[in-house]
Ligand binder design. Structure first.
Ligand code: PLP
Length: 448
């Protein structure tokens, strides 16, 4: 790469590369930041600036950059068998072993795994799998899947349809038929002045209302992220998930937990379903499964669903890269490191509480209306008036301004509207948490 200057790379990028989730016109004017390398919790751009990665890439680089165990596992598997498929009555050691390892660490009776290449592919799989399940149960009319406004379930047609992001629906004529949305449990944004417990119950009970409105005999499943990530780190009140589980059980509706962000230790548990006390019928995972080193996703399936699928003949669904052997080998090494270094316990007992305590200290800043978090994921709400919790006008772009100041001070934070969010690598140290807080405060001061 040394022969390419930053400017020449930016020119090539602008000339030939269309970026995901990007206003290309605006990017071309400014030029993309070129990230060149990473080590631990830090990244370096081509100009030599060091950035503390407060987002673990895209909520995924849980073990940080440069982990030799993961690199060695990929290397060894590339030598041994770089690719083979899982179609046509074959398997390979990395897929079979990883399925068994995941079955051990997953909660409940989620003992069967369907591998995919990404979180979006997991959710496409969910749509087809739950409808196939009900058809095999002799209930083909059970096709409707209920999700939430402002949820994020990926970018494929089914993923974006399950998601509740209006701008995504507008581009491409979504959602697909038989996918409907209820309100999210976003207390700060939509429940001001209401007791959080009552608000959580009210939002969960919208599920029951929707089921009754549609007719329970038509509803196949409910899907939700235990903590909505891309929507702005929305942590539901404690009353929410148990009520959702109760309603799903009452109407025999499958509960799907999308743990693409929450899984693999992010909330201080292997899976956030454990934190919220729910036992899903299907659970989606990706991102942290390989610490983002290589793409992989998986849908975990309960005994009831798996047995129906197994008895039901061929499931006409799968991907060339379902359970790619190199990705499975990296996932296996990733889980082994997490176990050896007690990463989940550390997030639960030590670094998670430390980050939350330090993050909460930002609550005294004049621009901060609320801080919240769980484990190693957190958010704060920017407000124009701290007493009345009045938000900035949208056109002020306060979140984006804060994000720019944060980058200038050497910290990657993300802005979802005026909600600033972080999700750092799980290996972050206390000193690095202190650095993160200091830089976040500096960004807030400059946003004033
Ligand atoms: N589900 C959730 C909860 C996510 O946060 C994401 C991505 O951020 C996805 C699904 C989509 O995953 P991918 O980008 O790997 O397709």
């Amino acid at each position: 790469m040394a022969e390419f200057s930053r400017e020449s790379l930016q020119q090539l990028d602008a000339a030939h590369h269309l970026h995901p989730f990007t206003d290309s016109g605006a990017l071309h004017q400014k030029g993309a930041r070129v990230i060149e390398r990473g080590e631990g919790a830090y990244l370096w751009d081509l100009d030599g600036h060091r950035l503390l990665d407060g987002m673990a890439g895209l909520w995924c680089v849980n073990l940080g950059y440069g982990r030799q165990e993961l690199i060695a596992a990929a290397n060894a598997q590339l030598q041994q068998l770089p690719y083979y498929n899982l179609f046509f009555q074959t398997t390979h050691p990395p897929a079979a072993k990883l399925a068994a390892t995941l079955a051990e660490i997953l909660p409940g009776d989620l003992k069967h795994l369907f591998f995919t290449g990404s979180g979006s592919e997991c959710n496409d799989t969910v749509v087809r799998m739950v409808r196939h399940f009900w058809a095999e149960q002799g209930r083909p009319e059970r096709t409707v899947i209920i999700s939430r406004h402002n949820a994020y379930h990926g970018s494929t047609l089914a993923g974006a349809s399950l998601g509740g992001m209006k701008p995504m629906h507008r581009q491409g004529g979504l959602p697909l038929p038989d996918i409907v949305h209820i309100d999210q449990p976003y207390h700060f944004g939509e429940g001001q002045g209401v007791d959080p417990h009552a608000f959580g119950l009210e939002r969960a009970q919208q599920l029951e209302q929707k089921i009754l409105e549609l007719g329970p005999e038509r509803v196949a499943a409910f899907i939700g992220e235990p903590v909505q990530g891309a929507g702005g780190v929305i942590i539901p009140p404690d009353s929410y998930w148990p009520e959702i589980q109760r309603i799903c059980k009452k109407y025999d509706i499958l509960l799907v937990a999308d743990e693409v962000i929450c899984g693999f230790g992010r909330t201080g548990h292997w899976f956030a379903s454990e934190h919220f006390g729910i036992v899903p019928d299907l659970l989606c995972m990706a991102k942290g499964i390989t610490s983002g080193y290589i793409p992989l996703g998986a849908v975990a399936v309960s005994g009831r669903v798996a047995n129906t699928l197994i008895a039901g003949g061929e499931f006409f669904h799968g991907f060339t890269y379902s359970g790619h052997p190199v990705a499975c080998a990296v996932a296996q090494a990733n889980i082994a490191v997490m176990q050896k270094e007690h990463i989940v316990e550390r997030v639960h007992e030590d670094i998670g509480p430390y980050l939350q305590q330090r993050w909460a200290s930002l609550g005294d800043h004049p621009l901060v209306g609320e801080t919240r978090g769980l484990g190693l994921v957190a958010a704060l709400e920017l407000v124009a008036d701290k007493t009345s919790l009045t938000r900035f006008p949208e056109e002020a772009g306060a979140g984006l301004v804060c994000r720019e100041h944060s980058l200038d001070s050497g910290l990657i934070m993300r802005a979802v509207g005026d909600t600033m969010i972080i999700s750092p690598p799980l290996i972050i140290t206390r000193e690095q948490v202190d650095e993160l807080i200091e830089k976040a405060r500096c960004a807030l001061d400059l946003t004033l």
